[in-house]
Design a binder for this molecule. Structure first.
Ligand code: NAD
Length: 306
């Protein structure tokens, strides 16, 4: 049986490309025939490309998309669903990598590592009395969104800091909470009010955009840390800046930004305020890139071979 043809829409880790080429007739970005992807493609393999409703309308033969990673907010999923086009993303495969970054950011923010390390690297002597830090042991961790990443983050905070975890996820079935030693709460407000570290793990949708804005930040503890490794826009960045300027919370860690990559012009002030910010590197470990990319190609292959 002939190998199915897949149009590879982004650069992938060499191991992922190797797997794809072994199992598909893979048309990669560097090949001239790639230019015909809209007219010809039945299968697409995507890592970070955008796929709008117009793109989808211009692909008469499209049947399925393999998407490395979890977030599919750059693909018009409604336009796909209307045409019965399947999207195979890779939930769970990158959960550990993202969760480890959440702990990294929380610890870095708690100890003001970004600011202090930068000053030291610039050759300045940093007096210890100007280095204020927070202990995370035993502090309450609030998780909004208890999917693959939220659950993993909860386990890690519990294990590392003996931290009680409170969590909010209205879509999680009641029996799924039974295995978790976490306290289920019924609103974002409760999470914000009672937590020392708040971390968001929801998809970006119209209802989660600006989930944490000024009004919410105002209800948090003055010593609280907020972390966004989910998607830019879930925490309102202008409001975060105001909250930090007003001393409403301790600090913030962001892996995801409204503008990516984040520019000095837009984020300089937040960085000055001690926000520890990374350029969407939640899944950027080599192991994770290989695992998620291969999983996307594998799910697509299983579907194409049916
Ligand atoms: P998941 O689908 O397993 O979990 C998402 C959870 O959010 C689900 O349990 C869902 O019920 C819950 N949810 C949805 N809307 C909610 C709301 N309004 N309030 C509370 N809970 C809500 O996804 P995941 O694998 O845990 O990933 C979470 C998000 O992390 C993804 O959507 C993606 O945007 C982001 N992500 C970022 C990186 C990175 O590199 N920083 C990598 C992977 C994923």
């Amino acid at each position: 049986r002939a190998k199915p043809t897949v149009y590879v829409m982004d650069k992938f880790h060499p191991s992922v490309l190797e797997f794809t080429k072994e199992n598909f007739n893979a048309i990669t970005l560097d090949m001239p025939e790639h230019a015909e992807w809209k007219q010809k493609a039945q299968y697409l393999l995507i890592r970070s490309s955008r796929l709008t409703a117009e793109d989808i309308a211009a692909c008469p033969n499209l049947v399925a998309i393999g998407k490395q990673g979890v977030g599919i907010d750059k693909i018009d999923a409604d336009a796909c669903a209307a045409r019965g086009i399947k999207i195979f993303n890779t939930p769970g495969v990158n959960a550990r990598a993202v969760a480890e970054l959440v702990l990294t950011l929380a610890m870095a923010v708690g100890r003001d590592v970004g600011r202090i390390a930068k000053l030291q690297a610039e050759g300045q002597v940093v007096p210890k009395e100007t280095c204020k830090g927070l202990i995370l042991h035993g502090k309450t961790i609030g998780i909004i969104g208890m999917g693959n990443i939220g659950k993993t983050v909860g386990q890690m905070f519990r294990g590392a800091f003996n931290a009680p975890v409170i969590a909010y996820d209205p879509y999680m079935p009641a029996d799924a909470w039974q295995d978790l030693e976490h306290t289920r709460v019924n609103s974002v407000e409760e999470v914000l009010r009672d937590s020392d570290v708040v971390t968001v793990h929801v998809p970006l949708t119209p209802s989660t955009r600006n989930l944490i804005s000024y009004a919410q930040l105002k209800t948090m503890k003055k010593t609280a840390i907020v972390i966004n490794t989910a998607r830019g826009g879930i925490i309102n960045e202008a409001d975060l800046q105001t909250a930090l300027e007003e001393g409403l919370i301790w600090g913030a860690g962001l892996d995801c930004h409204e503008q990516e990559p984040p520019s000095q012009e837009k984020y300089g002030r937040l960085w000055e305020l001690g926000v520890v910010s990374t350029p969407h590197i939640g899944a950027a470990t080599e192991q994770t890139q290989i695992e998620t990319g291969t999983a996307a190609a594998k799910y697509l292959l299983e579907f194409a071979s049916r």
